[in-house]
Design a binder for this molecule. Structure first.
Ligand SMILES: CC(C)(COP(=O)(O)OP(=O)(O)OC[C@H]1O[C@@H](n2cnc3c(N)ncnc32)[C@H](O)[C@@H]1OP(=O)(O)O)[C@@H](O)C(=O)NCCC(=O)NCCS
Length: 376
């Protein structure tokens, strides 16, 4: 039996959700190119597509958006959970812990019933932005802001975060960022969701497991690391010197490289365009100029190895410009990717087979017991 490190290239499921060709830079959700969705769709419509398997008609989309709007609010006891968490803790830990605690408020009745699964799916997609925005305010000593039913999903999140209704550009840019982060096949967090779901565990446990996996610096945590680096360098010249030194020492650069893409991540191309659009509207920034130079230097040196910017690189530049605190980036990734996780959970449970891989044992066998007094 051959061991494949990182399970690289080993299929863990059959899925109709997401197609990726990492050598050609192709990404499709349910057969639709990511570029098409970024141009024409909204986060809510893309969520419907991923969860239900096809694009909604006008009435279906309107009902789906109503369902989401009606479940945005948090029970006061869930807000109390957030209030009890230490304000200096990482928001991603607050997000995961509170989602796990939500399982106490909405006990899973029968995860094999599609109706029950739909209810949990709506609740989780709708409530995550409220939860993330609420913790961001509570930790500063401010009261959480009640969601507004007249705002779409992305605009409502920005409103709950800042207490100001965002302009159309900011709302649309976040909406597109959320489309780009909604799904990405069998990555580590999705695999965690599918493994947990395959035990028929409840949806809040499934999503908190996925959130824990997403938090790591090799996965969703890279966006935060990339922005902190850009801020620290804060000049194209310093970026060039730092990258050259780093690459000489074979250090990993956050926001670059991908297990699947060996060309530029198509999401990074769209995000770069959005970052440029935002900077043209709001004025140049050292972070943006540094990012452009870092991409040029790293791609020139490592492009031949297949190392290009990934989704986390320009994403941070955009969120920074939208005034979002850097330690919220991973939680914002989670509030988009929750759609993909739940689509995978639905797919897994609808045709379930407990995930139980094997291992290649490399330890000792049949050893003789030595009483403790005789051990060296
Ligand atoms: C995501 C990641 C873990 C993928 O790793 P992987 O599939 O194991 O890629 P590999 O290790 O096979 O990379 C191939 C080569 O490119 C190099 N490389 C990959 N990512 C790199 C990076 N970010 N900076 C510098 N070199 C990198 C590797 O060192 C390796 O070099 P080698 O062939 O000389 O040993 C890796 O690219 C990484 O750590 N990136 C930074 C974290 C990040 O942005 N994560 C978010 C991913 S969406």
């Amino acid at each position: 039996m051959e061991y494949i490190p990182g399970l690289n290239g080993v299929p863990a499921a059959e899925s109709k959700l997401c197609f990726i060709d990492g050598n050609k830079g192709v990404l499709e959700y349910r057969g639709y190119a990511i570029e098409t969705l970024a141009e024409h769709s909204t986060f809510e419509e893309t969520a419907y597509l991923l969860i239900k398997g096809r694009l909604p008609n006008k009435d279906e989309l309107s009902r789906f958006k109503d369902d989401l709007r009606h479940h945005r609010r948090l029970k006061f006891k869930i807000v109390d959970v957030l209030k009890l968490l230490p304000e200096h803790g990482h928001p991603m830990d607050a997000t995961g812990a509170t989602v796990a605690a939500m399982g106490m408020f909405y006990p899973a009745k029968n995860v094999e019933d599609p109706e029950q699964r739909y209810k949990s799916t709506i609740r989780l997609i709708a409530k995550l932005p409220t939860l993330v925005a609420a913790f961001a305010r509570i930790r500063k000593g401010d009261e959480p802001i009640t969601p507004r039913d007249d705002l779409d999903h992305a605009a409502n999140f920005l409103y709950m975060l800042s207490d100001r209704v965002p302009d159309a550009t900011a709302s649309r840019i976040l909406d597109v960022c959320m489309i780009l982060h909604a799904e990405h096949a069998m990555n580590a967090s999705t695999f965690s969701a599918r493994i947990t779901g395959s035990t028929l565990a409840g949806p809040y446990g499934v999503i908190s497991a996925a959130i824990s996996a997403l938090a790591g610096p090799l996965h969703g945590g890279a966006s935060e690391a990339a922005l902190l680096l850009l801020r620290q360098l804060s000049s194209p010249d310093r970026a060039r010197m730092w990258a050259e030194e780093n690459m000489r020492n074979q250090q990993i650069i956050p926001g670059f490289g991908h297990r699947v893409y060996k060309v530029k991540d198509p999401r990074a191309t769209i995000l770069q365009r959005l970052a440029t659009q935002l900077v043209e509207k709001t004025g140049r920034s050292a972070v943006y100029d540094t990012a452009i130079e870092l991409e040029r230097v790293v791609t020139h040196a490592l492009g031949a190895k297949g190392v290009f910017p990934n989704v986390d690189f320009f994403n941070g530049v955009i969120y920074d410009r939208l005034g979002i605190p850097v330690d919220l980036f991973s939680s914002m990734f989670a509030m988009s990717r929750v759609v993909g996780w739940l689509a995978h959970w639905n797919e897994q449970v609808a045709k379930n087979h407990l995930l139980r891989p094997t291992q290649i044992y490399q330890g000792d066998r049949e050893k003789k017991w030595v009483p403790i007094a005789d051990r060296l």
